[in-house]
Design a protein around this ligand. Sequence first.
Ligand code: GS8
Length: 220
Amino acid sequence: MAGKLILLDFWVSPFAQRVKIALAEKGIGFETKEENLMNKSPLLLKMNPVKKQILALIHNGKPLCESLIIVQYIDEVWNDQSPLFPCDPYKRRAQARFWADYIDKKIYSTGRTLVFIKGETQEAGKKDLIECFKVLEAELGEKTYFGGETFGIVDIALIPFYNFFHLYKTCGNFSFEEECPKIVAWGKKCLEKESVSKALPDQYKVFDFFMEMAKKIGAQ
Ligand code: GS8
């Protein structure tokens, strides 16, 4: 029994998308409540009182925060199907956590620099972002997914950013296909999964949203 699950969501949030993908992989249904970034609901502030960020997952009334911690929780609670973490404690599990953490700390913040800042800092953001993806491409190597043949936590951490590629490459004027073709091929492969394709918003809508936001904060 899944119990009652409510996702306090924000359609463009790559973090919320991770949770949606994990739940879909497990075949677990959930309700969503769309949040407004500029006017967060009292429920969100109650459920995520420390960081006050979107998202939160409420499971039978109990709040869970931080997307990667939530994905891990989902994997532990619904452990009878589609494992999202590998079994081997060192080689696989610890390594998978390392890469998920690397993605978490680097991609979104570096991408923001590229999208919202002009001039030299933007150029540095672009270089950093491409470098991060090259590091990830080296880790992916010839594997289908980051964990090998099985779609898992590292893929879930990164794939929401695939639909940010159009935004990143337009702001940075570079080609993902040229810089990291294996990551592009990996992204296409992940999108073949319904759990992923249904969770990810349209790349052009993502672009429009961030351009609008950049205009509002006077960055572009
Ligand atoms: C990140 C959440 C986040 O940045 C996680 O859940 O993994 N590490 C967290 N949320 C953003 C919206 S998503 O683009 C957010 O809430 N921003 C507004 C704010 O920080 O006040």
